[in-house]
Write a protein that binds this ligand. Structure first.
Ligand SMILES: CCC1=C(C)/C(=C/C2=NC(=C\c3[nH]c(/C=C4\NC(=O)[C@H](C)[C@H]4CC)c(C)c3CCC(=O)O)/C(CCC(=O)O)=C2C)NC1=O
Length: 169
């Protein structure tokens, strides 16, 4: 599992190079946004349960058929699995925000996920919508905590969205 720094070291070590100007700029960005990352992670940790709850309510309001007979979140067991998945996405997003790198998402969350969802009939589009709703709510909470750097908040949610919605060929 890598963070912004170890990813950069890996890239440069492969070709035996010292850090160049691009690398130094990447490092500067990472360290300059460090306090923002920690603040956002703290806010998400403190509000995780309510964030998952409100985001799922908003999702079920937008896509009510998920909860009806035949819907994938119908039955208590599947409803609970859906909320648990939302909580996974949020928790791993908070790790990735601190790491400044998507590697933890690729390794722990996304690897094999689309195949699992497809085989269980878990619909991807509303899942992605749920992730985006959490992103919007996370942004709001970050802003209240004084973090206006949306890129820090958006990165992991957008990464999961892109990777999950990628069409199989
Ligand atoms: C930490 C990394 C990790 C992830 C991401 C993960 C996801 C994950 N979600 C699953 C199921 C599921 N996921 C959902 C989710 C939903 N259904 C909907 O209609 C909504 C769109 C959506 C919620 C937003 C549901 C309902 C199931 C149960 C499906 C079934 O068993 O029929 C399963 C199958 C096994 C199980 O039920 O536990 C996995 C592996 N597991 C992991 O270990």
């Amino acid at each position: 599992m890598r963070d912004a720094v170890t990813s950069l070291i890996k890239t440069y070590d492969i070709t035996g190079r010292y850090f160049d100007r691009d690398a130094i700029d990447t490092l500067k960005d990472y360290f300059a946004s460090g306090m923002d990352r920690v603040t956002v992670a703290t806010v998400l940790n403190a509000n995780a349960a309510s964030l998952v709850k409100s985001a799922s309510l908003a999702l079920f309001e937008e896509v009510p058929e998920l909860l009806r007979p035949g819907g994938n979140a119908y039955t208590t067991r599947r409803y609970a699995a859906c909320l648990r998945d939302m909580d996974y996405y949020l928790r791993y997003a908070s790790y990735a925000i601190v790491a400044g790198d998507a590697d933890v998402l690729n390794e722990r969350v996304l690897y094999g996920l689309r195949e699992t969802y497809n085989s269980l009939g878990v619909p991807i589009a509303p899942t992605v919508r749920g992730i985006q709703i959490m992103k919007e709510m996370a942004r709001g909470m970050a802003a209240e905590a004084g973090v206006t750097n949306n890129a820090v908040v958006d990165a992991p949610f957008d990464h999961m969205t892109r990777e999950l919605s990628e069409v199989d060929i």
